[in-house]
Design a protein around this ligand. Structure first.
Ligand code: UDP
Ligand code: MG
Length: 310
């Protein structure tokens, strides 16, 4: 019998979990008829509400339920890693606890791997219905910039909802970096992936855990983790500014020789100094971003700390 591990990162999901559990159990019944077992791995990402309690209740009555509980909130990326580590299945699927990744799609995803020979089936939403307009706008911008800047392909609207074969799970687990940008990691490891499209659904209960600021930082994480283009831009800015300076020096010398002393022009000088120091600070800032990531990476801290598991 084959086994599918469903990995569910859950952070303060006490409202959504009952709906999710009911739905995933229904899908598991469907799979059972096809001789496929399921296990559910809930990763409690340091929730402050009753999430862990609810998960433990499920685990007490249901053999298929396993859980990892973090000592604090480590973020969804860490939760995904912990879940994949705990998964014993021949396949693993990542899904949100809020039913925005409809479990009902799972049989179709499984069929694509089984019958069409894909290594993984991923999903993307074609609409961003129910999302703040400004958030959609920045999300679109991010994907455009990211795809220009980095070697890995990022699909606009891609969700983390993805069914993978064991080989791909092991490949992802072999990437033990501390600064994890899972969307980039999926692309980086490769494998033949089928994309399923679906309409965005709104979360069934509870609230989104992503503020605009959190998403912004997440996008920077992606750019710095999967592209060195900003460093290149900093270097080229330096080159261009040197050339501008060279032209300016020649201009000043020639003018001095032809027309003599020039005391006027200090306002323009102030502007130039301000501009150039701004560019310098920007470039140092870019360097600093990479350096800080390297610093964190070199500490080799664990990706998460588990308090309890089953
Ligand atoms: N999540 C998590 N840790 C976090 C934030 C979110 O494990 O720090 C989980 C959350 O419980 C949910 C999934 O990640 O299962 C997606 O979060 P959410 O629905 O809030 O994001 P959105 O769908 O709004 O992008
Ligand atoms: Mg959601």
């Amino acid at each position: 019998m084959e086994l599918i591990s469903a990995i569910v990162p859950s952070y303060n999901e006490q409202e959504a979990l009952p709906y999710f559990y009911k739905e995933i159990c229904r899908v598991a019944e469907e799979f059972k008829k096809k001789d496929v077992e399921m296990e559910f791995i809930f990763v409690d990402d340091g929730s402050k509400d009753k999430t862990l309690e609810i998960i433990k209740n499920y685990a007490a009555e249901d053999e298929r339920v396993h859980y990892v509980s973090f000592s604090r909130n480590f973020g969804k990326e860490a939760a995904i890693y912990a879940g994949l580590e705990a998964a014993k299945g021949d396949y693993a699927v990542l899904m949100d606890a809020d039913l925005q990744d409809p479990p009902a799609l799972l049989p179709e995803m499984y069929a694509a791997i089984k019958e069409e020979g894909y290594d993984s089936v991923a999903t993307r939403r074609v609409t961003r219905k129910g999302e703040p307009v400004i958030r959609s706008f920045f999300a679109r911008m991010f994907y455009k910039i990211m795809n220009k800047m980095s070697d890995v392909d990022l699909v606009d609207g891609a969700r983390d909802y993805r069914l993978m074969k064991r080989v791909m799970v092991d490949a992802i687990l072999s990437m033990t970096e501390y600064n994890r940008f899972t969307k980039g990691i999926f692309g980086w490891v490769g494998f033949k992936t089928k994309w399923l499209e679906y309409e965005n659904t709104e979360r069934v209960a509870g609230e989104t855990k992503w503020s605009f600021w959190k998403l912004f930082k997440y996008s920077l994480e992606g750019i710095i983790g999967f592209s060195t283009m900003p460093l290149m831009i900093a270097s080229w800015l330096g080159v261009i500014m040197c050339m501008v300076a060279a032209v300016a020096i020649v201009f000043v010398i020639v003018r001095q020789l032809l027309f003599g002393g020039s005391a006027f022009g200090w306002p323009s000088m102030v502007c130039i100094i301000a501009l150039f120091s701004g560019i310098q600070l920007l470039c140092i800032g870019i360097l600093g971003q990479y350096l800080s990531k390297t610093y964190l990476e070199s500490k080799k801290r664990p990706i998460y700390i588990a308090k309890e598991k089953r």
